[in-house]
Design a protein. Structure first.
Length: 278
């Protein structure tokens, strides 16, 4: 905001003012102010950055028509393809995201971080061994990568058990002081995953404040509520979830079945049928 004000005071060029306005819109987007980001971006002329930002805004707001519009305006340039792959990933289109990332890696061998993105896609596709193999190549070059170490731990949890997974997190645990006072994403992610790996008794207390921070926390908290017999609380947590992955469909169906069995609620039975048939 100070740079924008300064540009106005010194009568900067229109091009510079528009560029600063776009950067401000990007900041608003990352702060979660999607309406403000959209409004600012719409106030400047069309640029590739403007289109990419509006594509992500459309995804966040669930505006399918706008999403398709901005999608159609993407070009083969690197930045546009990275943007498209990220939106595919966010929409759980992991095969499409993997294909783009692999193509970009072939064309840009020096962009080693693409291996981590590919590994994340394989993890989401349940190819845990393949994800581990892709990750190992990246970690040989960057052994202190927090995201990659965490992903390797998640793969290990799926392939073996929580004890082995926690061992993979040891480098991060030594590096990070995880306390209730820390709110950065990495610390939240580690706290969440440790609760999963340990099947902790206080898992509900760990997941609850992370529901709007880590997507998996909502599902895991719903599982906790289901185990505790709090079926309606589990349903409330899952109501905003539009299922895409098999585990999301299964969880919503199990919760609907539990409520229907408990209350003999015909509406819940119809909800279960609808979830399964879709």
């Amino acid at each position: 905001e100070e740079l924008i004000a300064s540009a106005k005071q010194r009568d900067a060029s229109t091009e510079e003012k528009n560029e600063l306005q776009m950067y401000h819109a990007v900041c608003n987007f990352y702060l979660g102010f999607h309406d403000e980001a959209e409004r600012e971006a719409m106030s400047v002329p069309h640029t590739p950055l403007r289109n990419r930002l509006l594509l992500h805004v459309a995804h966040r707001k669930g505006d399918h028509d706008a999403l398709m519009k901005y999608h159609s305006e993407l070009r083969p340039r690197l930045e546009d393809q990275l943007c498209l792959a990220s939106v595919h990933y966010l929409r759980s289109h992991f095969q499409e995201a993997t294909q783009i990332y692999r193509t970009l890696l072939i064309e840009n061998r020096e962009f080693l971080a693409l291996n981590t993105y590919i590994a994340m896609c394989y993890y989401k596709l349940d190819y845990y061994d393949v994800s581990m193999e892709v990750l190992d190549g990246y970690l040989q070059k960057h052994p202190d990568s927090s995201i990659s170490l965490n992903l390797r731990a998640c793969n290990q949890f799926r392939l073996s058990n929580g004890f082995q997974a926690e061992k993979e997190l040891e480098p991060l645990l030594r590096r990070e002081t995880i306390s209730s006072g820390q709110q950065d994403f990495l610390s939240d992610l580690i706290k969440h995953n440790l609760a999963v790996f340990r099947d902790a008794d206080n898992a509900s207390q760990v997941f609850a404040p992370l529901v709007d921070v880590i997507p998996e926390a909502r599902l895991n908290l719903a599982v906790c509520k289901l185990r505790e017999g709090e079926y309606k609380e589990a349903k409330t947590l899952l109501d905003p979830v539009d299922p895409v992955l098999p585990q999301e469909y299964i969880l919503k169906a199990v919760v609907s079945a539990a409520i229907g069995q408990q209350t003999r609620d015909e509406e819940e039975s119809r909800s279960l049928t609808s979830t399964i048939s879709s």
